[in-house]
Design a binder for this molecule. Structure first.
Ligand code: CU
Length: 161
């Protein structure tokens, strides 16, 4: 009967080790990257969980849209102290998928800007129903933010596989 508590503390210990590794920085060579995903937590890349660490509508998991050719992300969902979120914040998609960001009209000016390489950038607007889309052909992690609200956590991520 004591197997369950033992297992829980073991998992907690592993979590602490992972967090310590994240704090120490990316030293590379993480062998688990090549392992098949065994659960919803294990398939969240560290680049995503660290980037979204101050994004309060990121719940630590990816919304799995790998079966979809097109995916919608709302811009200006209730998060981060107002209508300052991307919803969902983190999505897993397949290559060739088109992501369409759609403005809710809430939370003042928003835009969608790729963090690394600046491969895409929408205009900044408050217009409800405004859309911006981008098709992702390469695998990898894409992180993006809203310029006016990046500092309060209006950020999102895509995992393309
Ligand atoms: Cu914004």
């Amino acid at each position: 009967m004591n197997a369950t508590p033992d297992r829980r503390s073991f998992i907690r210990a592993i979590g602490a080790v992972t967090a310590a590794g994240a704090l120490a920085g990316c030293s590379g060579g993480e062998s688990s990257d090549d392992s098949p995903a065994t659960g919803s937590d294990s398939d969240v890349p560290e680049a995503v969980s660290s980037y979204l660490s101050d994004t309060d509508n990121f719940d630590g998991s990816l919304t799995d849209e790998t079966d979809s050719d097109s995916v919608a992300v709302d811009v200006g969902v209730d998060a981060n102290g107002g209508a300052f979120g991307f919803g969902p914040a983190a999505v897993k998609i397949s290559t060739g998928t088109t992501v369409t960001w759609e403005w809710t009209g809430e939370g003042s000016q928003h835009n969608v800007v790729a963090e690394e390489g600046a491969s895409f950038e929408s205009e900044q607007t408050t217009e409800e129903g405004f859309t911006f889309e981008e098709t992702f052909e390469e695998t990898g992690v894409v992180t993006y933010y809203c310029t006016p609200h990046e500092g309060i956590g209006m950020k999102g991520a895509l995992v393309v596989e």
